[in-house]
Design a binder for this molecule. Structure first.
Ligand SMILES: C[S@@+](CC[C@H](N)C(=O)[O-])C[C@H]1O[C@@H](n2cnc3c(N)ncnc32)[C@H](O)[C@@H]1O
Length: 281
């Protein structure tokens, strides 16, 4: 049985761990709940606090830190986006969005296919009024390429979430600049999947990250999302550039994961990304 002393000692250690991780520049805006969730598992595996902090940082790097090489200049980008929007020149707006997306490894890999990506994946869907973008990274900056985006003001509601507080504030302002009604929040989808019903959910390149934390987290998330359509994707190559049969590995793993779910699946391939479109009902 865990004594009261042991449990207060472990909550003290967990608090110290969260503070130590958040003291580093790289993780100062990362959700404290997410750090605590990862940290508690690492503390349970070893007695040494210093070692647990080190391993927690390594895991956070795998799930989030590795995609952002440097601190993003959010204030400057917002200014550029506002100016581009005010100019009324859609190409100028798209050029700034592309530049922002190139900062995050995941959206950078998608830049070359933006013009066909949403057309192929979304053109034949019934009207989309509510969208969820889980573990979104910089993906909401691709809104100007999506079919439900309207320069004069979109009516589609866009809900985006990720682990960083500063990213959530930036994306909230981006939605306003783009004239898209919606919300950007901090949410750890391993602990609490977003509680809303939507027409379409983007789950792009997310499952491999979640499975670093918990092998069952991916399927649990897909089951919990209340959406008619889900776009679930996997990277076609590793961040280092190696292909190593990655797409084939992810495809096999994904198909066996959802084998009992009775969902309709369609497969789309793009250079650098493999996408499955799930229809739940
Ligand atoms: C590979 S990137 C994908 C970003 C975006 N979906 C895209 O495809 O452009 C993974 C993203 O998931 C976020 N992430 C990782 N674990 C998460 C969690 N448990 N809850 C919410 N976001 C998470 C990371 O911060 C990162 O932005």
């Amino acid at each position: 049985m865990v004594s009261e002393w042991q449990s207060s000692e472990s909550s003290k250690q967990l608090k110290q761990l969260v503070e130590a991780v958040r003291a580093s520049r790289k993780y100062r805006f990362l959700s404290a709940e997410a750090i605590a969730y990862v940290g508690a598992r690492e503390l349970a595996r070893r007695a040494d606090l210093g070692e647990a902090i080190k391993v927690t940082k390594r895991r956070l790097h795998q799930i989030a830190g590795m995609y952002l090489a440097r601190e993003p200049p959010y204030a400057r980008w917002l200014e550029e986006l506002r100016l581009a929007r005010a100019s009324g020149d859609e190409e100028q707006l798209r050029a700034v969005c592309r530049r922002v997306m190139s900062w995050h490894a995941s959206t950078r890999e998608r830049l070359a296919v933006l013009s066909t990506f949403y057309e192929r994946l979304l053109a034949d869907l019934p009207s989309v009024k509510r969208v969820l973008d889980v573990a979104c990274g910089f993906h909401p900056l691709a809104l100007p390429w999506m079919p439900f985006f309207r320069t004069g003001g979109s009516t589609c509601y866009y809900y985006a979430c990720d682990l960083y507080e500063d990213l959530a504030s930036f994306l909230q302002a981006v939605l306003e600049v783009l004239g898209v009604p919606g919300e950007a929040t901090v949410c750890d989808v391993v602990q609490a999947p977003p509680n809303l019903t939507v027409d379409l959910a983007f789950v792009l390149k997310v499952l491999p990250c979640l499975e670093h934390i918990e092998p069952e987290a991916g399927l649990r998330l897909l089951q919990a999302i209340r959406a008619r359509y889900l776009l679930v994707s996997f990277p076609g190559q590793s961040l280092g550039g190696g292909k190593r049969r990655m797409a084939a590995y992810y495809e096999e793993r994904f198909r066996s994961l959802v084998a009992d779910c009775n969902w309709r699946l369609e497969r789309f391939t793009f250079p650098g990304e493999l996408v499955f479109r799930i229809e739940k009902e």
